[in-house]
Design a protein around this ligand. Sequence first.
Ligand code: DQA
Length: 144
Amino acid sequence: MPKTILVLNGPNLNMLGKREPGIYGVKTLADIEADCRAEAERLGFDIDFRQSNMEGDLVTWIQEAPDMAAGLIINPAGYGHTSIAIHDALRLLSIPIAEVHLSNIHAREEFRHKTMVAPVATGVICGFGPIGYILAIQALAARL
Ligand code: DQA
């Protein structure tokens, strides 16, 4: 049975395509999901791709990850800058974790420079747009 990579997306990422396209591009989250599925399949993995605007959903899904996934990709969106709860949930995991941001958070407003996820992630990819998800799949696949 192929191993699963869980891909979690935080708040407002359901609006991709309409949301500040100059910053986040024109692809929808469904487009990104399709690209992730194709790349995962090419590398022999399954993708479980989810999005929520609720912090608690993300926390619950992170808690469930060890039972169903070999690796985790998370774009925590705005919660990445604020959520101790997501940070704490990620600390429970021993599977590899890739943090992804579409935009280069370090080249934007100062409040985006810090992420609560980075200290508990295996690695961080930001600034490459949707390709960041593909790079993260490749990085996790190489590690797994
Ligand atoms: C984001 C960057 C965050 O600062 C922002 O709040 C988002 C999207 C990104 O993918 O670039 O919602 O995570």
